[in-house]
Design a protein around this ligand. Structure first.
Ligand SMILES: NC(=O)c1ccc[n+]([C@@H]2O[C@H](COP(=O)([O-])OP(=O)(O)OC[C@H]3O[C@@H](n4cnc5c(N)ncnc54)[C@H](OP(=O)(O)O)[C@@H]3O)[C@@H](O)[C@H]2O)c1
Length: 287
């Protein structure tokens, strides 16, 4: 039986990867900085998030790696540890890292550090697969307090186009890449099934919870002040997020890709279906 490592297994995508692997009957070793609180399925071996620790990578066939760090600095030791023991790594990139550009040519600090890790992995000698997902549907949970408290969501960039993706669709692709041959050396661009503005996303969440919701546009400065006052958004992340949105707004309208469906063979989850699953998070009734 193959054994898989899931790094970041309590995160929005990593948890789904660990669950899908465990439910398929595979042996799973999962990392968390707080193993006792990880709440992963029975049978999953939870270890501290230190891949250099003795035994951490023993008998691992393939690893899912995501990047929780705000620099590329841990990249070298983590990739070195993996390449000594693991045949194939599936790396979920992010930060808007663009394919075909060297790290120093990337458009933002987050894109640079994710691209640096991609480069380290691609040059490591391990087999690799890179997953480059679009905006996660889980980001709409940032609006949950506003939606619980009223009928509008205040924010900037209401007309910003996105292709939001369900975290479980990313995980489904990751599991195919980890467990099947044929995905080595591929960089997959993963999107949800629809192009939606932020204002449309708010309207669809309203439909899912049975309450009309509307977008209330703020200026960029009002939005910056609002986010900086929110303890869930550290200052560095506010700038990263708003700079990212400013660049997305200036870029061509994003396109939906068929990659999730091509790889999983299953329909790609809509935001309406995701919002129905998460209705309770917005103060609605779970359907
Ligand atoms: N949100 C988006 O729209 C979006 C879009 C594309 C790409 N991405 C990329 O997705 C990644 C984030 O994934 P996610 O949202 O699934 O993560 P997440 O939900 O924020 O979870 C982070 C995971 O990393 C672990 N972790 C946090 N700090 C750690 C550290 N210092 N050392 C080791 N483990 C640590 C956490 O585990 P413990 O707390 O249990 O240790 C947790 O399992 C980023 O690279 C981001 O750029 C995000």
């Amino acid at each position: 039986m193959s054994t898989y490592l899931v790094f970041g297994a309590t995160g929005s995508v990593g948890r789904r990867v660990a669950e899908r692997l465990a439910w398929s009957g595979a042996a799973v070793r999962a990392t968390s900085r707080n193993p006792e609180a990880a709440k992963l399925p029975q049978g999953v071996e939870v270890i501290p998030a230190d891949l250099e620790a003795p035994g951490a990578l023993d008998d691992i066939d393939a690893a899912f790696l995501m990047w929780p760090f705000h620099s590329a600095e841990p990249g070298r030791p983590i990739v070195d540890a993996l390449k000594r023991r693991v045949r194939h790594v599936v790396f979920m990139t992010g930060g808007g890292a663009l394919p075909g550009l060297a790290p120093e040519e990337q458009p933002s600090p987050a894109a640079r550090w994710h691209a640096t890790v991609e480069h380290l992995i691609e040059r490591s000698g391990m087999a690799w697969t890179v997953l480059s997902p679009s905006t996660f549907m889980t980001n709409t949970l940032w609006w949950s307090d506003q939606i619980k408290a009223g009928d509008s969501v205040r924010g900037a960039f209401g007309s910003l186009w996105m292709t939001p993706i369900h975290e479980d669709d990313i995980a489904a692709v990751a599991v195919h890449a980890l467990t099947e041959p044929g995905h080595e050396g591929h960089r997959y661009t993963l999107t949800g099934p629809e192009v939606l503005t932020q204002a449309e996303q708010v309207r669809l969440i309203g439909e899912a919870i049975g309450r009309p919701l509307r977008w209330q546009e703020l200026t960029l400065e009002q939005e910056r002040a609002r986010l900086l006052a929110d303890p869930d958004f550290p200052g560095g992340f506010v700038d990263e997020l708003l700079d990212g949105y400013t660049k997305m707004a200036a870029a061509p309208r994003p396109q939906v890709t068929s990659t999730v469906r091509d790889i999983t063979g299953a329909p790609v989850t809509t935001l309406s279906a995701w919002a129905a699953e998460h209705a309770a998070d917005f103060g609605g009734e779970q359907r």
